[in-house]
Design a binder for this molecule. Structure first.
Ligand SMILES: *[C@@H]1O[C@H](CO)[C@@H](O)[C@H](O)[C@H]1NC(C)=O
Ligand SMILES: *[C@@H]1O[C@H](CO)[C@@H](O)[C@H](O)[C@H]1NC(C)=O
Ligand SMILES: *[C@@H]1O[C@H](CO)[C@@H](O)[C@H](O)[C@H]1NC(C)=O
Ligand SMILES: *[C@@H]1O[C@H](CO)[C@@H](O)[C@H](O)[C@H]1NC(C)=O
Ligand SMILES: *[C@@H]1O[C@H](CO)[C@@H](O)[C@H](O)[C@H]1NC(C)=O
Ligand SMILES: *[C@@H]1O[C@H](CO)[C@@H](O)[C@H](O)[C@H]1NC(C)=O
Length: 405
């Protein structure tokens, strides 16, 4: 073993013994039992694979380049013999032209991250992050609308094919980027949800989320790219980004959780183009930015009902409420008032059917319903030419006490 490798190994061991002896543990207002602490330590050990190269980024993340075949994705029990796919078999085409101020991947923070061939970036996870992730993941459970208390506020449009038989194989949106200010145990995201499973049995819901988020998870205020999955309504499965086995990282530079370096101003709206689509050959769900930059995928095998496709898509915003039920600002932080500078838009919001030649389409035969569980957030939907050439979902709100009626 070369000396630098020994050094890394030592560094790694020291890192772990430090993190293991550090005094835990209060997270999200819940204290943990010894068994839970042990489980967290086991998970941490599994997540932070031995690095081939370590990059200390200027934005605070420590990024390890790890063997692509040893990434934590494969800790998922269904992926023991998974064959890695390096690219999707197709990129869905946009029927419409891009906007001029569409951001390119270069607007993601990436300085210095270029993992050597055969390795992929793996953002190093801390124990505190795992604890916070656990409490945030609880917030992801779809709230029961008959209860007054919810842990997540949302404002979104539910989109379903009106025949309710056609399955959906992807979603796409150009999302305005903002940097809402969050407090303890809060998050604020702009995203879409790709779902399947009976809404009456939330523990069967398979769900993929993609978008940007400012989250207490990271204990900082940066706007970051994110993904989330679950195959049981967030009861026992799933996580953000790569905080558990599941998501297979492919791209050598961009990873789920990477900060986005630009935000919209009242004068100039900046977007990131995100699509998640299901590969026809493998059924894997690919996370793609800027049209053709594939970050990685969620393998078909980790799902129970998304394997065949999705039965609904939601476009909008989500807000993690703190213990008092207070939600942070959503989008630009303003209610919708018809003025572009105040809106957080998801432009080009579109869904993908296989039978449409791998084109994201804006099918007018959709059932579109707004869902909003908090009066401090607003959502609206525009079709056609009044406000712009494309289908637009707009969200925003200052946040506040979501459990007040
Ligand atoms: C919501 O909760 C109530 C009581 O806890 C229950 O009776 C009801 O069936 C639930 N509704 C849904 C949609 O899960
Ligand atoms: C669509 O769903 C409704 C309610 O779940 C059901 O009654 C109806 O039969 C379904 N239609 C089709 C074409 O499957
Ligand atoms: C889902 O919840 C229902 C009732 O809460 C339960 O009967 C069922 O076994 C659960 N299913 C799974 C897969 O956990
Ligand atoms: C959630 O998971 C726990 C532990 O596996 C199980 O006991 C419980 O029934 C599940 N809850 C639902 C709603 O399925
Ligand atoms: C979170 O960030 C604050 C301010 O940067 C810092 O003082 C605190 O120690 C951090 N907390 C954790 C758990 O890392
Ligand atoms: C829209 O739905 C109606 C009734 O369900 C159907 O007759 C029509 O063919 C559909 N149009 C398209 C373009 O799919």
């Amino acid at each position: 073993m070369g000396t630098w490798q020994e050094f890394l190994l030592k560094f790694f061991l020291v890192f772990f013994s430090l993190s293991l002896t550090k005094n835990p543990i209060q997270g999200g207002g819940t204290s943990l039992t010894n068994a839970e602490i042990e489980e967290l330590e086991r998970q941490l050990n599994a997540l932070n694979k031995p690095p081939v190269k370590t990059i200390h980024t200027t934005w605070g993340d420590i990024v390890d380049c790890i063997d692509i075949y040893k990434q934590s994705a494969f800790d998922h029990p269904s992926l023991k013999n998974h064959k890695i796919h390096m690219r999707p078999s197709f990129y869905p085409k946009e029927r419409t032209s891009k906007f001029e101020d569409q951001i390119e991947p270069s607007n993601l923070r990436s300085e210095g991250i270029n993992c050597p061939e055969g390795t992929v970036p793996n953002r190093r996870t801390t124990k505190d992050e795992l604890i916070r992730a656990k409490s945030l993941s609880k917030k992801n459970k779809s709230p029961n609308s008959t209860k007054l208390t919810v842990s997540t506020g949302y404002a979104r449009m539910l989109v379903k094919p009106s025949d309710n038989e056609t399955l959906i194989h992807g979603a796409s949106a150009s999302m305005f980027i903002y940097n809402p200010q969050i407090g303890e145990n809060q998050y604020s995201s702009t995203q879409f949800w790709i779902q399947n499973g009976s809404p009456n049995e939330e523990n069967t819901t398979n769900s993929l989320h993609a978008g940007w988020i400012v989250s207490n998870l990271y204990n900082d205020s940066q706007t970051r790219l994110f993904g989330y999955w679950t195959s049981d309504g967030s009861n026992n499965t799933g996580c953000y980004n790569t905080l558990c086995g599941g998501f297979v990282q492919i791209h050598p530079t961009y990873y789920l959780g990477i900060p986005i370096d630009v935000v919209s101003t009242p004068q100039l709206q900046r977007y990131i183009d995100i699509n998640v689509h299901q590969d026809k050959d493998t059924g894997n769900w690919w996370f793609v930015i800027a049209g053709n930059v594939a970050i990685g995928y969620w393998p078909n095998h980790i799902f129970t009902s998304l394997q065949e496709g999705a039965d609904r898509i939601l476009f909008g915003g989500s807000a993690g409420l703190n213990e008092e039920g207070i939600g942070p600002p959503m989008g630009s932080g303003s209610f919708l008032d018809g003025l572009l500078p105040h809106e957080c838009q998801l432009r080009n919001s579109a869904i993908l059917y296989y039978n449409s030649d791998f084109v994201f389409i804006r099918d007018r035969n959709l059932t579109i319903t707004s869902e909003n569980n908090c009066r401090w957030y607003t959502v609206d939907y525009y079709v056609g030419d009044l406000r712009g050439p494309h289908d637009i979902v707009a969200i925003g709100g200052p946040g506040g006490a979501c459990n007040e009626i």
